[in-house]
Design a protein around this ligand. Structure first.
Ligand code: SAH
Length: 282
């Protein structure tokens, strides 16, 4: 996948791109990340990228010209895309293999499902806003979607772009050493595809939060790991993990339980957990 980051702070990406999975994916050519300095697309002495808002009000707004020029250089304006690769309407419907994304608090909220959708792309351009935001014509005429990384306001799109790049990269086949691991994490549906080749791969999340993980030592300063995990009974381990995932999801994210397809077994476990809770409350 080719990724273009459009920003007024190109140096910002020095850290996030250089570690772990992202670094390896870049080195092996799975993702090709290019950072573009918006100021390179200005023509005045001060390399101005912002201006005051029409209609008055606080702060400054990122001007449209440098952003359009940058995207023109990349061959990623709707007109160019239409000419060479199909219409922007096609892009918006998700049938195209490329997307121009504006980072915005007003965008569709990023989740694992959107990340999986973006991981199918061949090319992704991420436009990072600053100040009060970006001239709306960028969202209207240049980007095919706006994405938010959560319900809060960042001071710039760079952190958001880094988050998108991270979650998308680890879903590209080959980026994570053990592919089964990305299919059984928190929020990930489709656990049933994993098969049952042992306890590490039989307890998929299926849309729930991940189950707790432990490693050696089994006894650390008197804090011991759950007995069931060291006794080697795969079926018991699977059940314990599913139960723990259900328990944690109920406690921290009950909204996810409603969205998860629960099995008969899950319902029994939930009833058990509920029963235990009501005993504890008494
Ligand atoms: N006035 C805007 C916030 C501007 S913050 C508003 O109220 O919605 C400046 C820039 O930071 C934005 O243009 C956007 O690119 C980025 N940004 C802020 N919050 C974000 C979020 N939750 N997700 C993604 N990008 C965000």
């Amino acid at each position: 996948m080719r990724v273009d980051l459009v920003t007024i702070f190109p140096e910002f990406f020095r850290g996030p791109l250089d570690f772990g999975i992202l670094r390896r994916a870049r080195q092996s050519g799975l993702v090709d990340v290019n950072v573009h300095d918006l100021r390179d697309y200005t023509h005045d002495k001060h390399r101005t990228v912002d201006d005051r808002p029409f209609g008055g009000g606080e702060g400054m707004v990122l001007k449209p010209e440098p952003i359009f020029e940058c995207l023109e250089r990349l061959g990623m304006t709707p007109a160019q895309a239409e000419l060479e690769r199909g219409t922007p309407a096609l892009r918006a419907r998700g049938e195209s293999k490329e997307s121009v994304i504006l980072l915005s608090a007003q965008g569709r909220r990023l989740d694992q499902a959107l990340a999986a959708e973006l991981a199918q792309l061949d090319r992704m351009v991420l436009i990072c806003g600053r100040y009060e935001g970006v001239d709306e014509r960028v969202s209207e005429h240049l980007a095919d979607r706006e994405v938010s990384i959560g319900d809060y306001v960042l001071s710039g799109g760079e952190l958001g772009a880094a988050v998108i790049l991270d979650v998308v990269t680890r879903l590209i086949p080959g980026a994570v050493g053990n592919e089964a691991s990305t299919r059984q994490e928190s929020f990930t549906a489709g656990a049933e595809e994993i098969g049952d080749s042992g306890p590490s791969s039989t307890c998929g999340s299926g849309g729930l939060l991940d189950y707790p993980h432990y490693t050696r030592p089994a006894d650390f300063r008197g804090m011991t790991v759950p007995e069931v995990l060291v006794n080697g009974n795969h079926e018991e381990i699977r059940r314990w993990r599913r139960r723990s995932a259900l328990e944690k999801t109920m406690r921290n994210r009950p909204d996810l339980i409603d969205a998860t397809a629960l099995s008969e077994d899950d319902r029994e476990l939930l009833a058990e957990i509920e029963g235990q809770r009501s005993v504890q409350r008494k």
